[in-house]
Design a protein around this ligand. Structure first.
Ligand code: TRP
Length: 332
């Protein structure tokens, strides 16, 4: 809508602990994505404060999140990378959209129910209206697509409903966004329970390989990966552990499943796990080196933040002033 390209909007929580699953399943495809879409990547520090944060840690994580995305190959020249609180239009539009969102709708959000159970001592209004701020993020940029994990689908549906409701009264205001759940063909599963997805928030550190895990940790986690009975390196439904390792090895090396099965024919699980671990450590090493370089250069990261916020604000302003005009605010 904005340029010739369609718009994609992604919000990322400021936490540095992305996983190998995030990398192989999504982040690795970002460069390709920016060929097709005009992409906004927003570090959502305003969403983060809906639960209690240690201020120094939040600030540190904001830098780290930006650094890790750039290190993974997100090019700030080709994408708009910025921090949510640097563009006040998000909070401004959120207020207006609050008035177009029903109490009942927000009460039905499963993430609100989960989070208020988890943070029973702090069920604040921000936690409740969290999805409205998210709708503002998305609608401000007239986004066509919103790449998300399944857990965020309900929030994008709500953003669509808000957009529809607003458009009904004020036609042509917002693009109604589509959620897209990336299917890269490969789901990376937990190393300790291969029937579960590899999750950022798993309590068992051995279950998750993180992009920033050092070489020894990566290899150790693969060595401890749960495998199945038998000893054959073969992908099949009754061998979810080995199948997951084959999937990972295939993603990392670009080789086919059949090819991998052939190479490891007659060799043991131990040897295979070691090979997968080493391949992943090799894949992550250059990302980590770049990450360390970036983190050491705060001035550069801040220049990315500044440019990104300037660019985002340009688009955000257009939508916000249209909204203000339509609802009857005086634009000076
Ligand atoms: N709520 C999302 C999450 O927890 C983050 C987010 C905030 C987001 N704003 C967004 C995602 C807009 C997509 C679009 O993962």
């Amino acid at each position: 809508m904005l340029d010739e390209k369609k718009v994609s909007f992604s919000g990322v929580q400021p936490s540095g602990n992305l996983t190998l699953g995030n990398y192989l399943g999504a982040i690795r495809n970002f460069p390709e994505f920016s060929e097709k879409y005009k992409c906004f990547y927003c570090v959502v520090d305003e969403h983060a404060v809906t639960v209690r944060q240690d201020p120094a840690e939040l600030r540190r994580r904001t830098y780290e999140t930006l650094a890790v995305y750039i290190a993974c190959g997100l090019d700030p020249e080709k994408n708009t990378l910025y921090i949510q609180s640097h563009v006040p239009a998000h909070a401004e539009l959120a207020w207006i959209l609050d008035c177009y969102t029903m109490f009942g709708e927000l009460s039905r959000m499963t993430q609100f129910k989960d989070k208020s159970a988890k943070h029973a001592d702090n069920i604040n209004a921000g936690l409740f209206t969290y999805p409205v701020l998210m709708a503002a993020d998305i609608l401000l940029y007239q986004s066509d697509v919103v790449p998300i994990g399944v857990d965020q689908k309900q929030h994008v549906e709500l953003a669509r409903n808000i957009a529809d409701r607003f458009n009904q009264q004020f036609p042509g205001t917002f693009t109604v966004p589509e959620p897209v759940i990336p299917h890269t063909g490969s789901r990376i599963m937990s190393l300790q329970d291969p029937l579960k997805k590899m999750s950022k928030s798993d309590e068992n550190e051995n279950a998750v390989v993180r992009i920033l895990d050092d070489r020894d940790a990566v290899i150790r986690k693969f060595r401890r990966a749960v495998t199945d009975s038998g000893s054959e390196i073969r992908a099949s439904v009754d061998k979810p552990g080995i199948t997951n390792l084959i999937t990972i090895y295939s993603c990392v090396t670009g080789r086919s499943q059949a090819d991998i099965e052939r190479e490891f024919d007659g060799r043991g699980y131990g040897e295979f796990k070691q090979a997968v671990g080493e391949a992943c450590a090799d894949l992550l090493a250059p990302v980590q080196a770049r990450y360390r370089e970036l983190l050491a250069d705060k001035a550069y990261l801040e220049s990315v933040m500044k440019n990104g916020a300037g660019e985002a604000a340009y688009y955000a302003r257009k939508t916000l002033s249209k909204v203000r005009r339509k609802i009857g605010f005086v634009n000076l």
